[in-house]
Design a protein around this ligand. Structure first.
Ligand code: ZN
Length: 493
């Protein structure tokens, strides 16, 4: 609590506080005051034509209190007030509860009214408090109570000095809308830097909750966040870092139903998922809607990254057949060093900033690979493929007729078929059912009229073999999904 030291103000008090408890309004005694105004902001049951059920406020306490104190002092001086008290609620509030209490005392009533009204307006603009409205039909996501002015002009000082940024570049960042799909390890690298750089609006899509086994790479979260909705915690992280930006949270799974509507609202899409299905879906949607798209994948100590520009080669130009998710080990199965996705997330943020600011060149014609063990990077040229369905706008979700779920299904679908085990000779368990053996390391196999089902441990190698056969025009090659080690694997008796 601070106060002005001049004679007129001596003895005057200001205080700004936050409380998670219900606010009760009792006036402070100010013997020299001739006017006293008390204002209570209430939670109402509607907003923008929607029914509001309740509301939640969240603040970065230290910053909110110091900004609030400054505001109160300014009000004291502007309106010659004798006393100011502001109490703002945090946490969950029900309809009818008091969200904010503002009490102002002045020598005369006019000054008290004016000072109170000024505080009501300025509080919304200047104090970093976020609210979330819960509607009867969904919630608003976290929004700043009102757009907050830059906390301090020094925030962007260092990057403004770069000729590639400057005021014009900073304005481009401020106007930009970037969608991050998946807020895991990759977003843990990209989100902090995009937020700190001043991207004006960031959308976060993820339907998952925080899981402690992911925290070694998902450093947006804290151990005590376990079980909480990821997009909300990630939004909190970003807004604490830079309270001036807008964060939209979308706690749903991205699907072909909602993808167009979502992608349309943004200028740049960053894929931070480990789902091949989502990557290809996003690639096709971004192509169709002409939005730049940056995607990365990581594996143990390595990763790869590329950007798809509206007229350039796309992800599907590079990988014509959409592999099923089972085909690539995920972080959960294969293990991953926490900083691998973090580094590739930072590279993804760099792609976005390059694109928006125009420094360097985005990886729109190349695929960049980087190995953290050796520090070696490779850049592979990419080209547009003539009959790419994503580029032509007729991408369909893969029907995946390459895989059969079980040997029974294979029998029902294909009738008589050859079963070819592509595992190495020392891999167990051995198959009891009639089969041929052709280990991938010395693969020899002659196609025939009879369809072939390839089999391996997890369905990864067999998928590669079958898809290569298809690429060579052999249409009756299949792969057993999940392989021998799949818990549901059964041999026909
Ligand atoms: Zn393409």
């Amino acid at each position: 609590m601070k106060s002005c030291s001049c004679r007129r103000c001596r003895g005057a008090r200001t205080v700004f506080s936050l409380t998670p408890e219900p606010i009760s309004a009792t006036a402070r005694e100010v013997p020299s005051a001739g006017g006293f105004v008390s204002f209570e902001g209430k939670v109402r049951d509607h907003a923008g034509g929607r029914q509001v059920l309740r509301l939640e406020y969240e603040a970065f306490d230290e910053l909110a209190v110091s900004e609030g104190e400054l505001l109160c002092q300014e009000a004291m001086q502007r309106f010659r007030l004798l006393d100011v008290r502001v109490i703002h609620r945090t946490g969950r509030l029900e309809i009818g509860e008091t969200a904010v209490l503002i009490q102002v005392a002045a020598a005369h009533r006019k000054a008290a009214f004016e000072g109170c009204e000024w505080l009501i307006d300025e509080l919304k603009k200047r104090v970093p408090i976020w609210k979330k409205e819960f509607y009867a039909d969904g919630d608003s996501g976290w929004v700043a109570v009102e757009p907050v002015a830059p906390i301090d002009e020094r925030f962007y000082e260092r990057q403004l000095r770069l000729p590639e940024v400057g005021e014009a570049g900073q304005q481009r960042l401020r106007e930009a809308r970037v969608l991050l799909v998946g807020v895991g390890g990759l977003a843990s690298g990209s989100l902090p830097y995009l937020a700190a750089a001043g991207i004006g609006t960031i959308g976060l899509v993820d339907d998952d909750v925080v899981d402690v086994s992911n925290l070694h790479r998902q450093i947006l979260y804290r151990a005590q966040d376990e079980g909480k909705i990821k997009v909300e915690r990630a939004a909190e992280f970003a807004k604490r870092l830079n309270p001036t930006i807008n964060i939209t949270t979308i706690p749903y799974k991205l699907s072909k139903i909602n993808i167009n509507e979502l992608v349309e609202q943004f200028d740049w899409v960053v894929d931070g998922t480990d789902s091949l299905e989502v990557k290809f879906l996003l690639n096709a949607a971004c192509k169709r809607l002409r939005k730049p798209f940056t995607t990365a994948s990581v594996h143990r100590f390595e990763g790869q990254i590329l950007t798809v520009m509206p007229d350039g080669p796309c992800l599907q130009c590079l990988f014509p057949e959409t592999p099923p998710d089972a085909c690539v080990g995920t972080c959960a199965e294969e293990g991953v060093l926490g900083l691998t996705p973090g580094l590739f997330g930072i590279l993804q943020a760099n792609e976005v900033l390059k694109g928006l600011l125009g420094y360097g060149e985005v990886l729109s014609q190349e695929l960049m690979l980087f190995d953290l063990r050796t520090g070696e990077s490779q850049r592979l040229a990419r080209q547009k493929r003539e009959y790419c369905p994503a580029c032509q706008g007729d991408y369909k979700m893969p029907s995946n007729d390459l895989e059969v779920a079980t040997l029974e299904e294979a029998q029902a679908k294909l009738g008589e078929f050859r079963l070819v085990d592509v595992r190495e000779s020392d891999e167990l368990p051995r198959l009891k059912v009639k089969h041929e053996v052709s280990p991938l390391s010395r693969f020899t196999w002659e196609p025939s009229e009879t369809p072939t089902v390839f089999i391996c441990a997890h369905g990864v190698r067999s998928y590669q073999v079958a898809s290569q056969c298809r690429a060579q025009g052999i249409s009756n090659a299949y792969s057993l999904a999940g392989g021998v080690l799949n818990p549901s694997f059964k041999e026909p008796v």
